[in-house]
Design a protein around this ligand. Structure first.
Ligand code: MCA
Ligand code: AMP
Length: 446
């Protein structure tokens, strides 16, 4: 059973959001009504705002065995059209939450799809990663063992609910344990500190969030620093946590951040264990049941095998086939293995993937979107190091006629794709550097 705490619900708080709290009894009752209304649907899309209603609807769909496509509430028109065409949901759930009369709800098979999460590749539009219930259940249990995570934990975070980090680990994780999710609505350092002071035991965040905590002008020993210091675990993932941020957080709070390494297609692969050595720059050891190998000369590519893996890319048998090598999933991430087995991620095979604020962004999809703008003749998109975001999206543009103000192109991408994919910097050139074959030499743009 994916969510056993909902079978015999208690009066304990399951979900705490700024606007509302729900006990397990309330969540079970509301989610069941949603489930009754969804029985028989093939697939639904859900506007994944950071609200308790989003969680209720997704839990309801999971009870009904109906796969959910979570949608970024700020998604642009082109990306939305792609996702809806590709996933063809029977229903797009917004404010009008379906409800139906009570029916019997048998637990679906472990191989049944639970979530379809869209993730960017280097070129083309995002692909739908089909995640089975078995991947979520086994992975959340492996994380529980690594982090000594129990029903007594209150997980604090302000992550978006349309990705695996915030939804899979940050919401379904606590619910599988029978513990509490304390969602901040949106992330701010002050709200995170308050939630931890008010009883939060763990915090999940992307490195940008830890960078913002580290940048606060507090003193070690101050009230806010103390709130982070008394948490049982501060966990970072979705991108590399810079050693400088790790060290600053330790100075400030006395806590060493635990890093874990995951991917939409694999859920979580490795983590520093709660009782392990929290060395900066390392993502720890493979989780129980997950096989991880580094292939070729070091740094080599990380390949993964185990029950944590996705089923397929929706409607993309070609891409699914290409993603595997001898039955192992090729992550595209490059790593070295330290003498005690700890993994240290040192880079990525593809230069056309950008990680900004913990979001994966494909250079190709932004280039295609920019080429749809009337004043763009040619364009190349790169990622540049950014203290806060890890990497920032940069567009190198050859203008057609007069060059538009940078915000015009940024807004264009935000409107077509998603705000987090917008270029933060636009640089105009007379021509893009190209080789004899006409291919853009992105390395020369850095
Ligand atoms: C700005 N905004 C705009 C525009 N410019 N809206 C429309 N048009 C524009 N031109 C809005 C943004 O949507 C945002 O709203 C607000 O203005 C601020 O924008 P921005 O500066 O981009 O946001 P930020 O404050 O810098 O965001 C930093 C962040 C965010 C909070 C750290 O990047 C974030 O939530 N990252 C988490 C990503 C994540 O969950 N990744 C997991 C992937 P608003 O603030 O309301 O949105 S899963 C994964 O990687 C694997 C499995 C793993 O290992 O976890
Ligand atoms: P996504 O496709 O959004 O699921 O992003 C997955 C990618 O995020 C991985 O392939 C890694 O490149 C990156 N990632 C996740 N966690 C970490 C981490 N702790 N350190 C470095 N990179 C990470």
């Amino acid at each position: 059973m994916l969510l056993p705490a909902l079978a015999t619900p208690s009066s304990k708080i399951a979900l705490r959001f700024p606007e509302r709290e729900l006990t397990y009894e309330q969540l079970a009752a509301e989610a069941r009504r949603v489930a009754y209304g969804l029985v028989g649907k093939r697939r639904v899309a859900v506007w994944a705002r950071s609200t308790p209603e989003t969680c209720v609807v997704i839990v309801g769909a999971l009870l009904a065995g109906v796969p959910v496509v979570p949608l970024n509430p700020k998604i642009g028109e082109k990306e939305l059209a792609h996702i809806l065409t590709d996933s063809a949901p029977d229903l797009v759930i917004d404010d009008d939450i379906p409800q139906g009369p009570p029916v019997d709800l048998p637990e679906p098979d472990g191989e049944a799809p639970a979530l379809i999460v869209y993730t960017s590749g280097t070129t083309g539009p995002p692909k739908g990663v089909v995640l089975p219930r078995r991947a979520l259940a086994t992975n959340l249990d492996a994380l529980a063992r690594a982090w000594e995570w129990t029903e007594d934990d209150v997980v604090v975070h302000g992550l978006p609910l349309f990705h695996v980090h915030g939804l899979g680990v940050g919401v379904l994780g606590p619910l599988r344990r029978g513990g509490t999710v304390h969602h901040l609505g949106s992330f701010s350092v002050a709200k995170a500190a308050e939630a931890l002071a008010a009883g939060g035991t763990m915090m999940f965040g992307v490195p940008t969030m830890y960078h913002r905590i580290a940048a606060e002008p507090w003193q070690a020993g101050s009230q806010h620093a103390g709130a982070f210091g008394k948490a049982r675990l501060l966990v970072s993932g979705s991108a590399a946590l810079p050693a400088s941020v790790h060290e600053r957080i330790e100075q400030l709070t006395g806590q060493r951040v635990v890093e874990r390494y995951g991917m939409t297609e694999t859920l979580m692969n490795t983590s520093v264990r709660a009782d392990g050595d929290r060395r900066p720059g390392t993502v720890g050891l493979p989780l129980d049941g997950v096989e991880v190998r580094v292939v070729g000369d070091e740094p080599g590519e990380i390949e993964v095998r185990g029950p944590n893996l996705f089923l397929e890319y929706l409607n993309r048998p070609d891409a699914t086939r290409e993603a595997f090598h001898d039955g192992w999933f090729r992550t595209g991430d490059l790593a070295v293995v330290e003498p005690d087995g700890y993994l240290r991620i040192v880079g990525r095979r593809a230069t056309d993937l950008i990680k900004s604020g913990g979001y994966k962004i494909g250079a190709g999809e932004i280039e295609n979107a920019l080429l749809e703008h009337l004043s763009v003749a040619e364009v190349a998109v790169t990622g540049e190091p950014d203290d806060d975001l890890g990497e920032r999206v940069v567009a190198w543009v050859v203008a057609k006629g007069e060059a538009p103000a940078p915000e015009v192109l940024s807004d264009h991408v935000a409107r077509l794709l998603s705000p987090h994919k917008r270029p933060r910097v636009v640089r105009y050139l007379d021509a893009l550097p190209r080789n004899d074959m006409g291919k853009v030499l992105k390395r020369e743009l850095r």
